[in-house]
Design a protein around this ligand. Structure first.
Ligand SMILES: O[C@H]1[C@H](O)[C@@H](O)[C@H](O)[C@@H](O)[C@H]1O
Length: 646
């Protein structure tokens, strides 16, 4: 299972430099100079390895030369093409989850949607994604990754068509459910597929590109929402239908793209697997990789047996049980840190900070999505440099601090919440709860009310808490703030969901910091790590479970946010998420091992020791043991993993 067991490869050079850890390694590399850089030919490296094996400096030279040679064995463009086409699934996941907020603004007017229907259209998709992610595990195992990606793009296309042509809300719900089914299958299949075709040294980066596409899809959706919000009639048809374009491109692209070679080997289709593997590896010989995958599968079958449902085998076999706990835990903490409420709530946070205009708020929300996207790009850059563990820990620590700042912003705003000074009589004589609030804070937390006020310099004057218009939250149901054009001319303001205070910028700062920290690590790493921690026989099921957990917590957090805010107030809700982020930090510190650079077949060995003992072995991080094969046809710079010592 681990490399120890499955290795039948002859190594003629072992570079062992654990004496002074990473620092010393760098010094040695620096001293190697440019002489070694020229040593590119394999034979030359082999010759050098014989004459200078005992010298640490020469060892470093060889190491460097081999590294250069290895890097020259360029990964063929084909791997990138395959990854980008698969990541279109991530783009559609991001687009379809992101676009709905803008579409709803138009839909609720045109189709007269009440709150329940709006909720159904949002959570119908996420709920369907949760179910299909779980079912996707079985499909992936039986039919392979490629048919699942084709199925997902088919569902995306069909869903987009239904949505664009919908005449009533029931059809809309049907379309949203179909799209959700596509999202679920894509979210669990794409990371697995990319991880299986990528070479180890690029795997983290390529899988993280999928999350870059998710956040790219969310950003693109917010721009489309902004643009089509000007098209009041039928604008939503374009918003919801546009996703058919990337879906069709992905579908046709994948008709010509190959199945995962690892899945093929598992199914005994070895000739096809060899052919695809050599297409993916270009000028690098594939024997070693092929053998190691094959040996690994055979050993897995011997060790775990093939009887019973995969999930039962996973739960009874300690290494996969531990991997599953780590994978699901990561996905759970990703959602419990509140990313989707922060994104969803960004427009309001921006309004709190003084952005009065609705359209401007939509565009600024697009800016929020852009920050999420750009900082995911930072994650793509960092993942192979810092490794998964450090990146995730750093990201979650920053996220927790940002949540505390965000919550403090709301807390300060609540404490200086303006008083309600006017109490105009309700012309409809309907008893409304709004009149009972004497501070803006209470008024803002009631989803039926908003504050109508004037500003004297920067202080709120002549304020009243009035019921919100049933069809649009941008105005009051009656009174001074019920006609947008008139009240804006009269220097009146309408605040729904927020209170105007001088501390609102703290929340804005918290929001920006949140995205800056969350996006490079906690956003992509749960997907990336899950794509690599399970052995082949358990990979589909493991990813199905963890993606399911992601979607279930996504629904839970989004659906409970408004209630949580009502009971705990906004700052309470964000303090709660900060608490979850704190727990997540402990979990990740204790339980997440480093998987950077390892072959998928080697990762299982990381879960052989007791669960959550990773923090204890942190001191080993400076230790560096590396095998480099210099004789034979493959150079695989292997891992800095002490468990490889024979
Ligand atoms: O990794 C992604 C990403 O961070 C998205 O921005 C978020 O909306 C998803 O829920 C999450 O799974």
């Amino acid at each position: 299972m681990s490399r120890k067991a499955g290795d039948n490869v002859e190594y003629t050079l072992r570079s062992l430099s654990n004496l002074m850890g990473e620092k010393r390694r760098r010094q040695a590399e620096g001293a190697a100079g440019s002489g070694a850089a020229a040593a590119g030919e394999r034979s030359l490296i082999a010759a050098e390895s014989c004459s200078s094996l005992n010298s640490a400096a020469s060892g470093a030279e060889l190491e460097r030369a081999a590294r250069r040679q290895f890097q020259r064995d360029e990964t063929p463009g084909f791997v990138y093409v395959v990854s980008v086409f698969s990541a279109l699934g991530g783009f559609l996941f991001g687009y379809d989850t992101g676009v709905v907020s803008g579409a709803l603004l138009l839909l609720k007017r045109e189709l007269n949607l009440d709150a329940l229907w709006q909720e159904l259209l949002v959570s119908g998709t996420v709920g369907a994604a949760a179910l299909s992610a779980l079912a996707g595990g079985v499909l992936n195992g039986l039919c392979g990754r490629r048919p699942c990606i084709l199925l997902a793009s088919g569902l995306f296309t069909a869903g987009a068509g239904v949505l664009a042509a919908a005449r009533d809300k029931e059809t809309l719900l049907g379309g949203r459910v179909v799209v959700g089914l596509g999202i679920g299958v894509a979210s669990m299949t794409v990371p697995v597929y990319i991880a299986e075709v990528a070479p180890p040294h690029l795997r983290g980066r390529l899988v993280t590109i999928n999350t870059l596409f998710i956040t790219g899809g969310q950003f693109f959706a917010s721009v489309v929402d902004g643009l089509f919000s000007y098209l009041v009639k039928d604008g939503w048809r374009y918003m919801l239908g546009l996703s058919a374009v990337p879906a069709v491109i992905q579908f046709f692209g994948f008709l010509f793209l190959p199945e995962s070679p690892r899945w093929l080997i598992q199914k005994g289709q070895t000739q096809r697997a060899r052919r695809i593997l050599s297409q993916m590896r270009g000028n690098q010989a594939i024997d070693e990789e092929y053998d190691s995958i094959k040996n690994n599968i055979e050993e897995e079958e011997k060790e775990v047996g093939a009887a019973g449902p995969v999930i039962c085998r996973m739960l009874t076999y300690p290494p996969t049980r531990r991997a599953l706990i780590v994978g699901c835990g990561l996905q759970m903490f990703q959602q419990l840190s509140g990313i989707n409420t922060v994104m969803y709530y960004s427009a309001t946070i921006l309004q709190m900070s003084g952005v009065e205009d609705d359209r401007l708020a939509i565009w600024l929300a697009a800016l929020t999505a852009f920050i999420n996207f750009i900082f995911t790009l930072v994650g793509v850059w960092l993942v192979e440099r810092m490794g998964r563990r450090k990146l995730t820990l750093g990201s979650l620590a920053g996220t927790a601090v940002a949540l505390i700042i965000l919550a403090s912003g709301f807390l300060l705003s609540a404490q200086v919440s303006p008083r309600v000074t006017l109490n105009p009589p309700d012309p409809s004589h309907q008893n409304s709860t709004c009149t009972k609030y004497s501070y803006c804070n209470g008024c803002m937390l009631d989803p039926d009310c908003g504050l109508c006020y004037k500003l004297n310099k920067s202080s709120v004057v002549e304020s009243s808490c009035i019921p919100v218009d049933k069809h649009s939250t941008t105005k009051a149901a009656w009174g001074r703030c019920s006609n947008e054009t008139i009240f804006k001319k009269e220097d009146l303001f309408w605040a729904y969901n927020f209170c105007p205070t001088p501390y609102s910028w703290t929340a804005l700062l918290g929001l920006i910091l949140y995205l800056v920290f969350f996006a490079p690590g906690m956003g992509p790493m749960p997907w990336t790590v899950n794509s690599e921690i399970y052995p082949l026989w358990a990979r589909s099921t493991g990813n199905a479970c963890s993606s399911g957990v992601n979607w279930v917590f996504n629904v839970l957090v989004s659906l409970t946010f408004l209630h949580t805010a009502e009971y705990l107030t906004y700052y309470g809700a964000f303090f709660l998420y900060a608490g979850f982020a704190g727990l997540g930090l402990l979990f990740i510190y204790g339980c997440l091992p480093e998987t950077k650079g390892k072959k998928l077949e080697e990762i299982e060995s990381l879960f052989e020791s007791r669960l959550c003992t990773c923090g204890m072995s942190d001191s080993d991080e400076g230790r560096y043991i590396e095998y480099i094969r210099v004789k034979g046809s493959n150079y695989h710079l292997s891992d800095n993993d002490a468990s490889d010592v024979e």
